[in-house]
Design a protein around this ligand. Structure first.
Ligand SMILES: [Zn+2]
Ligand SMILES: [Zn+2]
Length: 372
């Protein structure tokens, strides 16, 4: 996820453990393996901006509604860096980061639903929600005010195991390339959801920023059938953007070229976290067009009312997506053979991997392979 989220003070799994002490007998029937007490290892940041160190811990009993997963791969997202460095002021330490998890279920709490030990699942930005609020009951679990972020007040996926509420353990389609699938679980759904909500296959779609998020957005929009324009500040990414399926590539620094596209796009998805010539960008929207923001640019985006009024345009944003949206995205990705372009590091090289991401040189997402 690319924006901040409300963070309960206490990890949800611990709350659930307290509530579920009486269920331990039933739990032992469905649990599998020796439990995490002896087997849990994690890469831990003790405080902001510090290198992560390998630690062991006792996770205690598994919550009634929780699933325990042996981590195989975990993508590295820019939000992991933001939380490591406490850029949003909501980090909690010690922190175990990692929220693009691919792994296999090793234990199930007694009240989990629809999952099996041994099943391959993914976990993204959220690993819990209250399951009873208006948003959860409407299928918008990712908008739950009590959403439990996987890496804030909860142990994330740069570890031998991760725990999640059963609803947020997303079954992975058999056809998916599991080693590459991690980045789909946060970055992928972040850019797929706006397309699913707002695009038609006949639309002209612009993807602003060809990086970790943007290159997946180009692939999804191209597979969906849209006419896709990639906006990038890097000339070196032009050919790669076309390789991902972009029909056109425009320099995001070239205001003249952007102005020539006035009135063209039905949907623009902005994945960048730097200010752009927003006036020119909004001017490229067709009547009824929409600028949709998923990149966490900290500077406000100036939106002149007149440019919205004339042409009935809109500006919107979104975080990740619901469990059902993630499942739908994974099915779409498997059907169209869409995978992120990745660089792999063994998880023991986690600090090198973070440095590589922060250098801006990674093409285009980093995946850490568990090597505990
Ligand atoms: Zn993320
Ligand atoms: Zn809820």
């Amino acid at each position: 996820m690319t924006t901040s989220t409300k963070t309960p003070n206490e990890p949800a799994s611990e709350l659930k453990q307290k509530q579920s002490a009486s269920a331990s007998a039933a739990q032992s029937v469905r649990s599998f393996g020796t439990g995490a007490a002896k087997n849990y290892q994690a890469w831990v940041a003790r405080s902001a901006k510090q290198p992560m160190v390998l630690e062991t811990a006792d996770l205690g009993p598994l919550g009634d509604e929780d699933v325990e997963i042996i981590v195989e791969h975990c993508g590295l997202c820019h939000s992991d860096v933001s939380v490591l460095n406490n850029e949003w002021g909501i980090s909690q330490y010690p922190a175990t980061l990692g929220h693009e998890v691919v792994g296999r279920i090793i234990a199930l709490g007694p009240n989990t639903k629809g999952l099996a030990v041994g099943q391959r699942v993914g976990v993204g930005w959220f690993s819990g929600s209250d399951m009873h609020c208006h948003q959860c009951l409407s299928g918008n679990h990712h908008l739950c005010p009590q959403g439990q972020a996987t890496i804030i007040g909860h142990r994330g996926g740069f570890a031998s195991r991760v725990r999640t509420h059963w609803a947020w353990a997303i079954p992975l389609p058999e056809k998916l390339n599991f080693a590459e699938a991690g980045p789909l679980l946060c970055g992928g759904i972040t850019v797929f959801n706006p397309l699913a909500m707002h695009a038609k296959p006949t639309d002209r779609v612009g993807i602003i920023g060809i990086g970790g998020l943007g290159h997946m957005a180009v692939k999804f929009a191209a597979a969906y059938g849209c006419d896709v324009t990639a906006f990038t500040s890097s000339d070196s990414k032009s050919d790669e953007a076309k390789g991902f399926g972009a029909n056109h590539v425009v320099s995001s620094k070239d205001s003249t070229a952007i102005k020539e596209l006035a009135g063209s796009f039905d949907l623009l998805i902005s994945t960048v976290n730097v200010p752009l010539d927003w006036d020119a960008i909004i001017g490229t929207l067709a009547p009824n067009g929409r600028l949709h923001v998923v990149g966490a640019v900290l500077e406000p985006i100036p939106v002149p009312a007149f440019s919205l009024l004339m042409g009935q345009r809109s500006v919107s944003g979104s975080p990740t997506g619901s469990p059902v949206a993630i499942e739908t995205m994974l099915d779409f990705a498997a059907r169209h053979n869409i995978t992120p372009q990745t660089e792999h590091f063994p998880m023991s090289k986690i600090n090198e991997a973070f440095a590589r991401l922060e250098s801006g040189k990674a093409r285009y997402r980093i995946v850490l392979d568990a090597d505990f």
